[in-house]
Write a protein that binds this ligand. Structure first.
Ligand SMILES: NC(=O)c1ccc[n+]([C@@H]2O[C@H](COP(=O)([O-])OP(=O)(O)OC[C@H]3O[C@@H](n4cnc5c(N)ncnc54)[C@H](OP(=O)(O)O)[C@@H]3O)[C@@H](O)[C@H]2O)c1
Length: 257
């Protein structure tokens, strides 16, 4: 398939792989893709939750839904898992990486193993998946890779700098990957959500004011359709993070953020 053909693949014919399919943001995104009739291959580590998400997406109109249970921390399993997904879907148009952990910042400040676990799940595992997926799409000269990074990666803050550094690394990796593969017909979309109402943030102070997950999902679907490079969602996080990135360090280091 050529680059232009891939761009024109209608949502109803689209073959989409979702890694971390039980994530609140991923599930909301998949509900839209299912209603458009897409074919979906869903990967998650919790078999029960995964079966329930898959059943719901079938009811909502997905043309095809297959699943695999996998702990994505296990990078040795990635090549076989991804090959199986492509085989099951008989091709691949979009790979959507959604899994991630917030982690416990206070523990991570005291214990390297806690910090290493956050970095492994949020950065090393995606790097393993992205390396395989990028090479797959480059060979076919088409495809879209969409990845949930975070506004937290735009500047380290005392309240969550371990999580933030995992997302900063991920965003930088994606920027470099895009620079490599865009000319090969492959789109790389970096998604930076601001605080969004999902299981990940439900215990946070003020979470009732966080962004609605369905609105976030609609923006993600639209960005995939338009082959956007970078998405801040909701959009106001783009100017907010511009300001935060430009606060002079002598002031920033004294703020309680
Ligand atoms: N919500 C926000 O405010 C926000 C903001 C910015 C970025 N993000 C990013 O958006 C993505 C989705 O988050 P969410 O808000 O939808 O949170 P969520 O509902 O808590 O989803 C996180 C998902 O990651 C899965 N996961 C974690 N480690 C895994 C592993 N080793 N193997 C397989 N699956 C694993 C979890 O599976 P289990 O259910 O089995 O634990 C869960 O399905 C994450 O990358 C997050 O960092 C979220």
């Amino acid at each position: 398939m050529t680059q232009n053909q891939a761009a024109n693949t209608s949502p109803t014919q689209r073959k989409i792989l979702v890694l971390g399919a039980t994530s609140g943001i991923a599930e909301a995104t998949c509900r839209i893709w299912a209603s458009q009739g897409a074919s979906l291959f869903l990967v998650a580590r919790n078999a029960e939750k995964l079966a329930s998400v898959a059943a719901d997406l079938r009811v909502r109109g997905a043309s095809f839904v297959d699943t695999a249970v996998a702990d994505l921390d296990d990078t040795d399993r990635h090549p076989a898992l991804l090959a199986h997904a492509v085989n099951s879907l008989t091709g691949l148009d979009v790979a959507y990486l959604a899994h991630g952990v917030l982690g416990d910042q206070a523990s991570a400040e005291q214990d390297f193993n806690t910090a290493a676990h956050i970095l492994h799940t949020n950065l090393m595992a995606p790097v393993s998946l992205l390396t395989w997926l990028a090479n797959f799409f480059v060979q076919r000269r088409s495809g879209t890779i969409a990845v949930l990074s975070s506004v937290a990666g735009d500047r380290g803050r005392k309240s969550n700098y371990v999580y933030g550094s995992s997302k900063a690394g991920l965003s930088a990796f994606l920027a470099g990957l895009r620079n490599r593969v865009d000319r090969e017909g492959v789109t790389v979309l970096t998604i930076k959500p601001g605080p969004t109402k999902t299981a990940m943030t439900s215990a946070m102070k003020g979470s009732e004011k966080f962004a609605d997950v369905n609105a976030v999902a609609r923006s993600i679907v639209s960005a995939v359709d338009k082959r956007v490079d970078n998405l801040y969602v909701p959009f106001q996080w783009q100017p907010i993070m511009f300001v935060i990135r430009h606060i002079p360090e002598r002031i920033f280091k004294k703020l309680n953020l």
